[in-house]
Design a protein around this ligand. Structure first.
Ligand SMILES: [Zn+2]
Ligand SMILES: [Zn+2]
Length: 467
């Protein structure tokens, strides 16, 4: 049974997203439904939204997310209702040609979540899911291989970054390049992926890690995350520096973590004989990359493409969580700004303009200041659930209500950000609502009063006019 949710829908390339009420299908076999808590803005979303990669519209993008599992289809084995998870675009069937060869990031299976009608407008129009995820929405239904459990006390915006930017940068260094202690590493482009190439190279004890960018703020961030040298390529020539650091041989590895193909033009001048060039950042369709073949062959160099860090989600995310817990891999500091879901277009513009390392959209029920999570109408009494954080205890309390509500004479009311999760509660068996408030504003209490008044009015309307 499809249910209603709010989603930021792309109806036209290069146009702002529209927050719309749309329908999402329930999870089928091997699928899970996740209630979103945070979704980071990745440059791949921007490229899709700007039409650089084509694709069909309307579409819900967003693929670097964190949330809470609210329901599971049959045969879901490694997560259950109430688990905190990250959601990635990486998905694997476990049985295809590539999965059988340990290349799960290249899985070729056609997943049922890509079939028509899994998302649709209230007018019946089919809505697509960008990169097989569709996380710029309150809920997403994905294949179980796309989610990995994370600690419940992990901040959602931090957790979300694990799903794309962190694993891509980390995996390109650890899996694709296999950087060893003493290697000389160059990273071109210090964005959400490049910064993780830098800290992974530092973690691998590279002798030097040189960051190249044209943004001073990002170069300063690079130094905080382990870069030994930082070069603004608009002011200085990085080739001279890298040759001086390497006895004129060049770096062992050069990572191109930007989607700008022009950034790759001079890379071979920085790369030593036998060195490896790793292309990590995704350029637009049609962007080409030219190099002098004879020199390349004579120098025995290599060019490697790297999709999502060549990571295996189910083994690499736990490994990164261990490094994070031990303080050996920094993720909290990668989050530049949190935007509310309503302001998603501001978050997209900030990313487009190169502001911050990673901008993250957080969802209303995770707003830390004031929140009514759920109200239950039962036996003429109202139970309020006030939270300052979505803790595991509160999640369990909400989930445990299902059975109790089935036997009560309750009625559902739709107010603001409400959804009727059929998987949780039968229609007309619950009363639930929520609202947002601006944590930065001093007018929190005023907004709160207005919201409560409005909710009360709506409630009376239901009591006396509709029932
Ligand atoms: Zn991404
Ligand atoms: Zn597969």
């Amino acid at each position: 049974m499809a249910t209603i949710m709010n989603a930021a829908v792309c109806y036209g390339f290069k146009k702002p997203l529209v927050i719309d009420r749309i329908l999402i299908d329930e999870p089928r076999a091997h699928e899970v439904e996740v209630k979103m808590t945070a979704c980071a803005i990745c440059h791949s979303d921007i490229l899709y939204m700007d039409g650089a990669w084509g694709g069909r519209l309307p579409t819900v993008y967003g693929h670097e997310a964190a949330g809470i599992v609210v329901s599971c289809g049959s045969n879901v084995t490694h997560v259950q209702q109430g688990d905190s998870v990250i959601i990635s675009l990486l998905r694997s069937c476990g049985i295809c040609f590539f999965c059988n060869r340990g290349l799960s990031n290249l899985c070729e299976y056609h997943f049922p979540t890509d079939q028509p009608r899994r998302l649709q407008g209230l007018n019946g129009i089919d809505i697509h899911r960008g990169l097989g995820t569709g996380c710029f929405a309150e809920f997403a239904v994905v294949h179980q291989s796309q989610v990995v459990k994370v600690p419940t006390d992990m901040k959602p915006s931090t957790a979300s970054l694990l799903a794309c930017g962190v694993i891509t940068g980390y995996g390109s260094v650890v899996h694709t390049a296999s950087v060893s202690p003493g290697d000389h590493v160059v990273v071109i482009g210090v964005g959400g992926v490049g910064i993780n190439c830098i800290q992974a190279a530092a973690y691998c004890s590279a002798a030097t890690v040189t960051a190249i960018d044209i943004n001073e703020d990002r170069l300063n961030s690079a130094k905080r995350f382990g870069a030994t040298h930082a070069v603004n390529s608009q002011q200085d020539d990085p080739v001279d520096l890298i040759l001086s650091l390497t006895d004129n041989r060049g770096a062992d590895f050069v990572f191109v973590a930007t989607g700008n193909p022009h950034a790759s033009n001079r890379v071979f001048l920085m790369l030593r004989r036998g060195g490896k060039l790793i292309l990590v950042g995704m350029p637009p369709v049609g962007a080409d990359f030219k190099f002098e073949a004879v020199n390349f062959i004579d120098a025995n160099q290599s060019i490697l493409g790297c999709k999502m860090g060549a990571c295996n989600l189910q083994s690499d995310i736990p490994e990164l969580l261990n490094l994070y817990a031990r303080g050996e891999f920094e993720i909290d500091e990668l989050v530049s700004t949190e935007f509310s879901f309503e302001n998603i277009n501001d978050a997209l513009d900030a990313t487009r303009n190169g502001v911050g390392l990673r901008n993250v959209v957080v969802f209303w029920f995770q707003h830390p200041t004031v929140r009514i999570e759920l109200v239950e109408w039962k036996c003429n009494r109202l139970f309020y659930f006030w939270n300052t954080r979505m803790t595991q205890t509160n999640i369990n309390r909400i989930l445990s209500m299902e059975d109790r509500l089935k036997t009560s004479k309750s009625t559902e009311i739709n107010i603001l950000q409400i959804r009727k999760p059929a998987s949780w509660l039968p229609l007309k068996s619950s009363l639930r609502f929520g609202f947002t408030c601006d944590r930065k504003s001093n007018k929190t209490s005023q907004k709160f009063s207005v919201s409560v008044l409005w909710i009360t009015l709506r409630w009376y309307w239901h009591c006396f006019c509709r029932w």
